[in-house]
Design a protein around this ligand. Structure first.
Ligand code: GDP
Ligand code: ADP
Ligand code: 5GP
Length: 206
């Protein structure tokens, strides 16, 4: 396996903490970053497009993909399956792009086993009440779904220590600045510079 020239980031948070808003703003600001589009069996929310937020597939197709070993990782979250396909991610990393996986902590564990260089970033809300307000304000989920997501939030957040970075999304612009800094700093990691600038390093040291 050749070393990848881009960094793989795992972005996790309880639903409603703001991870989609943050990564979308990062993608607009940083042309070196891409999001991995997951497959899911959940129904599209209004405004969501097949191939943009997710590839929306039925359960049988999802199970076929598991059998074909097409997933880098997959998990059941709430009542639905979610998974990240292998090929797309490694094509982007090979090109030197940084790739974000927006996945839950179960998926993050699987990714770290396969790819220990992955860099984890956990997004926390400033309070539980703010989290509930955001889920309600987003206007995409029923009261029942919101109640279930809130009851799962604490167990989801209890995994924050498994991540290299934690960003509290209180003031959005401040959180975005921190996220940009994490990406920028990781591009200067020694192992990555050795891979990308091997010729320069050879020249300098010869
Ligand atoms: P093969 O390449 O089809 O024999 O199977 P692999 O399991 O080696 O790779 C599957 C896909 O994952 C390919 O698209 C590889 O390019 C990609 N891949 C590249 N590096 C890694 C890695 O470190 N871990 C994993 N799991 N997959 C990788
Ligand atoms: P997630 O992807 O983690 O489920 P979203 O990005 O959909 O979360 O954010 C949930 C809601 O909270 C959205 O309506 C979003 O506009 C809002 N939101 C995100 N970040 C902030 C913030 N820092 N302050 C206030 N509202 C926010
Ligand atoms: P939502 O339905 O709000 O888009 O996502 C629900 C949960 O599924 C979130 O916690 C999100 O991180 C997780 N998720 C989304 N895509 C994937 C994926 O490909 N793999 C895993 N393991 N979790 C995912």
């Amino acid at each position: 396996m050749t070393k990848q020239k881009g960094n793989l980031f795992i972005l996790s948070a309880p639903s409603g903490a703001g991870k989609s808003s943050l990564y979308k703003a990062l993608l607009e600001a940083d042309s070196n970053v891409r999001i991995s589009v997951s497959h899911t069996t959940r129904a599209p929310r209004s405004g969501e497009e097949h191939g943009r937020e997710y590839f929306f597939v039925d359960v049988d197709s999802f199970l076929d993909m598991i059998a074909d070993n097409a997933f880098f990782e997959h998990a059941q979250v709430f009542d639905n399956y979610y998974g990240t396909s292998k090929q797309a991610i490694f094509d982007m990393l090979d090109q030197g792009l940084d790739v974000i996986l927006e996945i839950d902590w179960q998926g993050a564990r699987q990714v770290r086993e396969l790819y220990p260089e992955a860099i984890g970033v956990f997004i926390l809300p400033p309070s539980l009440s703010a989290l509930e307000e955001r889920l309600t304000g987003r206007g995409t989920d029923s009261e029942e779904v919101i109640a279930r997501r809130m009851s799962k939030a604490v167990s989801e957040m209890s995994h924050y220590e498994e991540y290299e970075y934690v960003i509290i999304n209180d003031d959005f612009e401040h959180a975005l600045t921190q996220l940009k800094a994490v990406f920028a700093a990781n591009r200067t990691r020694t192992s990555l510079i050795q891979e990308i600038h091997s010729e320069l390093i050879n020249d300098l040291l010869s």
